[in-house]
Ligand binder design. Structure first.
Ligand code: IFM
Length: 432
């Protein structure tokens, strides 16, 4: 296996999200969903990785791995447990964590919203109502006031397209809606939240005297392809591919990043066209093959992970090019990872994925592996493992996996040597 060097400017990091790792009985929509019995197993958000208590240990693990930047989220329901009431202790807790991260040589990248809403906000209809934009902005203001001197890099909203399609198009996320009008409305309102948050973060940090602020979203991007390109149905499948790409990601990107609202999305706040991002955050996992009338699935013969998602490394370059055409800004791969219970192909996955960035001439500045730790995978709870570090959920013992050691050496070398590839990857295979 060949070695490679990564582009000099590429920073290597890892990502997590608060509800997926922190544990504790926090009054958010996903804990509520769990209480309603809507998860696929009996895992509880109250346990997760107990990171709320073990954050120091987790940062020490990252520092030992050489992680250069850490993308994490703060939990809105902890910071603002009741509408307009802010929890000073929770804020102090996050401050201590961020200070320790920085002192450990790790650059923070803070996500403001990663799927979870405080229940009081959920009960008010969350992002279904344009009137709720100001509620989100009040929270953003408190976060920037509290951490703005420590954090320059912000993701306003994680995967607004997944949040919306999974929650409002019958895919099992809260609030369990299935209504295309709601999809349109929620994404339009979220775009407004992002645009105003982008402006507000820049304004607030500007007043604090900082000029290094970087704000974006993390957009979930899929590579789409027709299942039967050479059959008579192929032409229609190709059309369906174009629709999926447009509705799920390209039109969403235009609304959020450019304030350009094209059907099906609507400009509910009189937003002007502009550029509302300093980087293009891309979360990339897989390719979907579209089948008529309206379905998609991986091809039978393609390599897959434990979830059955196709592993298609080249898709990362494809989606980056697609997004860069819409908005030419530096790219941050805000998530890239795989589900692999036995850690039997994760090193190969990282090797393949980063080889794409090493070879393609793409303006990529950051790569965040998802995820630092095995963590709470939403509907699938503790049963799906994405981490570089294994969590024994019973004892909360952390063990760096083989892939974690591979990533550590990769960061140290800023690339992969032939010898490393041989030592870590020979013998690894994806599921077929
Ligand atoms: O775990 C999730 C994360 O919260 C958002 N992006 C995809 C990951 C894997 O499903």
């Amino acid at each position: 296996m060949k070695g490679y060097r990564l582009p000099k400017r590429l920073m290597l990091g890892a990502a997590t999200a608060s509800a997926q790792i922190e544990g504790g009985d926090v009054d958010h929509n996903w804990r509520d969903w769990e209480k309603k019995g809507r998860l696929r197993d009996s895992s509880s958000f109250t346990r997760a990785c107990d990171h709320w208590a073990r954050w120091k240990e987790d940062i020490d693990i990252m520092a030992a791995m050489g992680i250069e930047t850490y993308r994490f989220s703060v939990e809105w329901a902890r910071i603002e447990p009741k509408a307009g009431v802010f929890d000073r202790e929770a804020i102090a807790h996050y401050r201590e964590e961020i200070e320790y991260m920085i002192a450990s040589g790790i650059r923070p990248c803070l996500t403001l919203h990663h799927f979870t809403n405080p229940m009081w906000f959920e009960r008010r209809g969350a992002f279904l109502y344009p009137g709720n934009v100001k509620t989100f902005l009040r929270y953003v203001g408190v976060v920037v006031k509290s951490f703005g001197d420590l954090v320059s890099d912000y993701v306003t909203i994680n995967e607004p397209n997944v949040y919306t399609f999974m929650g409002y198009a019958g895919q099992g996320f809260p609030p369990g809606d299935n209504n295309i009008i709601s999809v349109r409305r929620v994404l339009s309102v979220m775009a407004g939240c992002h645009i105003r948050a982008y402006e507000k973060i820049h304004r607030m940090r500007g007043k604090m005297g900082y000029t290094d602020t970087q704000v974006g979203i993390a957009l979930h991007m899929r590579a789409f392809a027709p299942m039967n390109p050479t059959s008579p149905a192929g032409v229609l499948e190709q059309k369906s591919v174009a629709v999926s790409r447009w509705v799920f990601q390209d039109a969403v990107a235009r609304a959020f990043l450019l304030g350009e609202f094209r059907a099906p999305y609507e400009n509910l706040g009189g937003f002007k066209r502009g550029i509302y991002c300093d980087f293009l955050g891309v979360n990339y996992y897989t390719r979907n093959h579209v089948i008529l009338p309206a379905d998609d699935r991986p091809r039978a013969q393609s390599p897959k992970n434990d979830y059955g998602w196709e592993i298609y490394p080249q898709g990362l370059a494809e989606v980056i090019r697609e997004l860069y055409k819409i908005c030419p800004r530096p790219v941050w791969v805000t998530e890239s990872g795989t589900c692999d219970e036995n850690d039997s192909f994760r090193s190969l996955f990282i090797y393949d994925q980063l080889a794409v960035l090493a070879q393609a001439d793409l303006p990529v500045e950051r790569y965040y592996y998802w995820s630092l730790l095995d963590n709470f995978e939403w509907l699938d709870g503790e049963s799906k493992r994405f981490g570089l570090v294994r969590i024994d959920y019973g004892t909360q013992e952390r063990t760096v996996k083989k892939s974690g050691h591979f990533y550590r050496e990769l960061i140290e070398n800023h690339g992969v040597t032939e010898e490393m590839a041989e030592r870590y990857i020979a013998g690894e295979n994806y599921h077929q």
